[in-house]
Ligand binder design. Structure first.
Ligand SMILES: CC(=O)SCCNC(=O)CCNC(=O)[C@H](O)C(C)(C)COP(=O)(O)OP(=O)(O)OC[C@H]1O[C@@H](n2cnc3c(N)ncnc32)[C@H](O)[C@@H]1OP(=O)(O)O
Ligand SMILES: N[C@@H](CCO)C(=O)O
Length: 388
């Protein structure tokens, strides 16, 4: 019998299993919806790290559950590059029974990044000083700017101290920055799949930016809302997908398969199909991801957030790790993802070690996954198991 062939008995029991109606899966409670979703506005000029100011800075946010009388149950969840304040949509499993958060106990807050197109001030907002959209004039926003603005929102909600701040990718940048900027306000932080971006990550972001800038519809960032640079933004997202996934995942999902819509990449039906031919399945997948992204994101917002991501480096400017991180009082957990090529696990571990060497409680754990950088979104149950 060749390897993999079933014995009659095994085949019989497999058939029996197939004939038996499937056990109904235990029903999981649906993820919660926000207790409140709205805007917080800072009326006076908000000074940014780059030296410019934003007036009428708006943070769009969502909260889940209620702040308790002792005000010690607040958790801040920080989203990644293209996420929104609606945690239940992109990280529903954090609310699953037995996972890290429980709305019986926790008051969960999530705040949309500045620069984004999901409600906080960004290139699509009107600059109150000019009456026009910020568009390409939108200033450089740092992670620290986001965190300082977020602290004002938390003040307004009556939240003095966070029992936990957590996030993946750019969410992790914010979580760590919270512990360094407001050491007395954070008890614990979980920083997932992030360290200052390395040269390869900066290179890929450069290509993404070029893709947008070279789209004729970009017109120096002054495109009409009804005529955005979709080709450039789509290509940017496709380039980004290469760094969010992994080669093993792509090989497993797509191999050398022709595109699922029946296109023939070899073009044998029509004597070679010209210079391009049909597409492989991986190409169809990337096209589809680009298509989905242009339906939900703005090109100038994307450029703004890429810049926030590229420029985040707490150690820049020659200050020592001890000066930057030495005052952190929170317990930090760093999580690296084994197949992450954007923020490779070794760089996350080394970053955690640098912070630990500054006298901070900083542990490192590794998530084993083939899903690449996106594992923190795609394999939530496995991620949360690491946090038990
Ligand atoms: C406000 C907001 O919307 S933010 C909310 C959520 N979004 C985010 O957090 C970030 C954006 N999303 C992501 O990064 C990813 O979707 C993740 C990480 C959440 C999930 O990743 P994965 O489960 O690996 O799915 P992935 O993104 O690879 O896409 C698979 C899809 O591509 C489709 N696909 C694959 N190959 C092809 C092809 N050749 N042609 C067309 N479609 C294809 C699959 O059918 C599948 O479709 P489905 O989503 O309808 O099931
Ligand atoms: N794929 C995710 C994570 C990127 O870090 C996003 O688009 O936000």
């Amino acid at each position: 019998m060749s390897q993999g062939q079933k014995t009659a008995e095994e085949a019989g029991s497999a058939q029996a299993a197939a004939d038996t109606p499937a056990e109904p899966k235990p029903s999981r409670p649906a993820p919660p919806t926000p207790t409140y979703e709205g805007d917080f506005v800072i009326d006076e000029h908000f000074m940014l790290e780059c030296g410019r100011t934003l007036s009428g800075l708006t943070l769009h946010y969502a909260v889940y559950g209620r702040l308790n009388a002792a005000r010690d149950n607040a958790v801040l969840v920080c989203h990644a590059l293209s996420g929104s304040a609606l945690v239940h949509q992109w990280w529903p499993e954090v609310f699953a029974p037995g996972a890290v958060l429980s709305l019986d106990h926790d008051f969960v807050i999530c705040i949309n990044l500045l620069g984004s197109c999901y409600g906080s001030t960004g290139p699509l907002s009107v600059n109150p000083e000019t009456g026009s959209l910020y568009g390409p004039e939108f200033p450089l926003i740092s992670i620290a700017d986001n965190v300082r603005a977020q602290s004002r929102l938390l003040d307004s909600l009556g939240v003095r101290r966070l029992r936990l701040v957590m996030g993946g990718s750019m969410g992790g940048m914010q979580a760590l920055e919270w512990t360094a900027l407001f050491p007395d306000r954070v008890e614990r932080a979980v920083v997932i799949g992030v360290a200052p971006l390395g040269a390869m990550g900066i290179a890929l972001n450069h290509l993404q930016r070029q893709a947008i800038l070279r789209d004729p519809e970009w017109v120096e960032g002054n495109y009409l809302p009804q005529k955005p640079p979709t080709r450039g933004l789509s290509l940017a997202r496709q380039i980004a997908m290469l760094s969010y996934k992994s080669a093993p995942l792509f090989n497993e999902r797509f191999a050398r398969n022709p595109n699922r819509n029946g296109e023939d990449p070899w073009g044998l039906d029509d004597c070679g199909g010209g210079l391009i031919g049909g597409r492989f399945d991986i190409a169809g997948y990337l096209d589809e991801q680009g298509r989905r992204f242009v339906d939900r994101f703005d090109a100038n917002s994307y450029l703004a957030i890429l810049r926030t991501m590229d420029t985040w480096d707490p150690l820049r400017g020659g200050r020592s790790a001890h000066e930057i991180f030495g005052q952190i009082k929170a317990r930090l957990t760093f999580i690296g993802i084994s197949s992450d090529t954007l923020f490779p696990p070794d760089s996350v571990r080394e970053f955690a070690e640098t912070i630990r060497a500054a006298g901070v409680h900083a542990e490192y754990r590794e998530m084993v996954s083939d899903h690449g950088h996106d594992a923190f979104l795609a394999e939530q149950t496995e991620l949360l198991r690491l946090l038990q």
